[in-house]
Design a binder for this molecule. Structure first.
Ligand code: ZN
Length: 178
């Protein structure tokens, strides 16, 4: 297992849409190692999601998992899942604002409005097509990661830039989200 190095905001790979992945690629050792190492890297860095362009690979692959972390000790365990070529096909009109952080945007948090519920389609690591509804935090993570794969960072989704705060100020001033 290898800890992959993270690309950070300002790197053009994060500002461009990643490319679709073929089913044939899913059978390669390169894909299997990439997926394994992305999950390992997400866990080691206490992330709840990681997109391939965040580790320098411009392909539409993301991993998602929630588990208790130092800043979110009460998170329920769910996943990990490997998400290939994801697309959100439906957004609820209802939006919720909540705090987000990003492994590619270290040291800050921001409040981001996101659809409360989404319907997402993607392929799993076997190439099977999956269509799912997601709500709450799970829906938020999907929206954050799929934005990455489309070249969009969470700061671009913020409505109030005054809520872009450092982690230290965040810890002092705001109640933790979960
Ligand atoms: Zn991110």
């Amino acid at each position: 297992m290898k800890l992959l190095s993270l690309t950070e905001w300002g790197n053009p790979i994060l500002a461009r849409p990643a490319k679709n992945v073929s089913v044939a690629f899913l059978k390669t050792v390169r894909f299997k190692n990439l997926a394994k190492n992305m999950i390992y890297t997400m866990r080691r860095t206490h992330g709840v999601g990681l997109a391939a362009n965040q580790v320098g690979v411009a392909l539409k692959i993301a991993v998602i998992e929630t588990r208790p972390t130092p800043t979110r000790p009460k998170l329920a365990r769910r996943g990990p899942i490997i998400v290939i070529n994801p697309k959100i096909i439906k957004y609820s009109k209802n939006q919720i604002g909540d705090w987000e952080g990003c492994l590619s945007f270290p040291g800050v948090r921001g409040r981001v409005p996101r659809a409360k519920e989404i319907t997402v389609t993607y392929q799993n690591e076997k190439g099977q097509k999956i269509t799912k509804k997601a709500t709450g935090l799970w829906a938020r993570i999907f929206q954050h990661e799929i934005d990455h794969l489309n070249g969009i960072g969470y700061a671009e989704r913020m409505k109030d830039m005054k809520t872009l705060v450092t982690i230290d100020e965040f810890k002092k001033r705001y109640v933790r989200i979960s």
